[in-house]
Write a protein that binds this ligand. Structure first.
Ligand code: MV4
Length: 447
């Protein structure tokens, strides 16, 4: 096992990783920008290194500063966390070249899954169902028109280097193709430095269902069931739940096996998630995320497994300590992402938290790195906390979530806590009757 891990992240994510390390007897090194000197992840770590000024590109994305920090402190491994450099091929390679273990998959797996057309081609070759579309990238608009005629409108243009919905455009008919192609390609070029596009048939109203996976360095892979992440706005997840209220027992077993089989054939190691679109009883591969995910706690709540602990263990070379049949599913879990933002306009609301009281009690988990007197800096993501609850079944979980949201106090800044209460009181949400369009449609009708 590692003796010391450098955590190349901040906030709640850094704290989550610190906690897993501490329980494994591993010393931790925090890194921070000058805007984060007073942050909780810095206070709790055994050591800390300032890696640069507030802007992420000068600090949390500064590869040379991170490698130097690991060298100076004598760390054995680097955990990239979530976001920042967690899916950066160059960083994964650099970490290994400097003799540190990268707590994540191989750089090659990150590269394959980062190229969305390559990812699709690769998993389709392993028997994964994919959405009908182009075989790799599109050379030009003429090819796009020709293929769309064959597939049938509407189609979706997607960025090869994409993810998160940037450089994605739906095209309803041939007259829209030229403009949509230019817009999508331009957006992709601006966001990722690569304007290449691919095409898919457009699914009208699917759900987003993803399967949590873990592989070791000895060829073993297990899955931890699915999460339903359909409640999102502008490609930002807002509420997640496990298990999905949309699946029956047969579908649940099917999608878990499908994801685990694919990961095993890929020789995948570390934590990973395969995302599916689910419509009319069918699953289609969407993307694979090659890192820990923000919503991992709901899976931990229904399986009792510390996913970050297991991620660190397998990175150190340990074999999985359980088999698929050892993973037991118990009850229901829902997570609300709490953001420092206006609950109506969604404008960021950084500033000083004057009063702070996290919810507690049986079945309630509050993952956050903020405290009373903490100043939420304006330089980073607005998510400041995750409220995760567990119940014996979905109804008990919803009752507990309402209670926990009602007792949470975060004063001094605006948060989306009122939005969460509106969502979880909505009769359609209570019925589990929602798709990826649900939240934005509800908001436009005045939820
Ligand atoms: C789709 C789709 C419909 N049809 N692909 C959004 C981000 C990127 N990861 C893929 N996305 C989508 N791909 C086809 N062929 C709809 C979406 C989509 C979406 C997916 C998951 C969660 C929320 C979403 C919101 C809008 C669009």
């Amino acid at each position: 096992m590692f003796d010391k891990v450098l955590i190349a992240n901040r906030g709640e994510t850094a704290l989550r990783i610190h906690r897993a390390c501490r329980e494994l007897g591993i010393k931790t090194v925090a890194v921070h920008s000058t805007a984060d000197s007073d942050a909780m992840h810095v206070r709790l770590a055994d050591e800390s290194v300032c890696i640069g000024p507030p802007a992420s590109r000068d600090s949390y994305l500064n590869m040379a500063a991170l490698i130097s920090a690991a060298e100076i402190t004598g760390a054995d491994a680097i955990h990239p966390g979530i976001g920042f450099l967690s899916e950066n091929v160059q960083f994964a390679e650099m970490v290994e070249e400097h003799g540190f273990e990268f707590i994540g998959p191989t750089a090659e797996h990150i590269r394959i899954m980062g190229d969305k057309a390559m990812a699709k081609k690769t998993v389709a070759g392993l028997g994964m169902p994919v959405i009908q579309g182009s075989d790799g990238g599109l050379p030009d608009v003429a090819a796009a028109k020709k293929l769309a005629d064959k597939i049938g409108y509407p189609v979706l243009l997607k960025a090869i280097a994409g993810g998160g919905g940037k450089g994605m455009k739906a095209v309803q008919n041939v007259s829209e193709m030229e403009e949509a192609y230019g817009l999508a390609s331009g957006e992709a070029k601006a966001a990722f430095g690569n304007g290449e596009l691919y095409m898919e048939q457009f699914l009208a109203n699917p759900r987003h269902i993803e399967v949590q996976l873990l592989g070791d360095k000895h060829g073993n892979v297990v899955h931890f069931g699915e999460r339903d992440c359909s409640i999102q706005r502008r490609h930002q997840k807002v509420v997640e739940e496990a298990p999905s209220p949309a699946l029956n027992a047969e579908e649940r077993i099917h999608v878990g096996k499908l994801a685990a089989r694919t990961a095993k054939l890929l020789g995948y190691r570390g934590l990973g998630t395969i995302e599916f679109l689910y419509e009319n009883g069918k699953f289609f591969f969407m993307e694979m995320n090659t890192r820990l995910q923000i919503e991992h706690p709901i899976t931990e709540m229904i399986t009792g497994v510390d996913l970050v602990r297991e991620q660190i263990r397998v990175a150190s070379g340990a074999p999985l300590s359980f088999k698929q049949e050892d993973i037991k599913f118990n009850g229901h879990s829902i997570e609300c992402r709490i953001n420092a933002e206006d609950p109506d306009t969604f404008a960021p609301s950084p500033g000083k938290i004057t009063d702070f009281h996290p919810a507690g009690g049986l079945g309630v988990r509050f993952d956050s790195a903020v405290y009373a007197g903490y100043k939420v800096p304006p330089h980073y993501d607005s998510m400041i906390a995750k409220l995760i609850v567990h119940g014996a079944n979905r109804n008990d979980c919803l009752l507990r979530l309402r209670r926990a949201l009602e007792e949470t106090v975060i004063d001094g800044i605006k948060t989306n806590l009122p939005l969460h209460l509106r969502i979880i009181r909505d009769p359609e949400f209570v019925d589990g009757n929602y798709t990826i369009k649900w939240l934005e449609e509800k908001l436009s009708e005045g939820l």
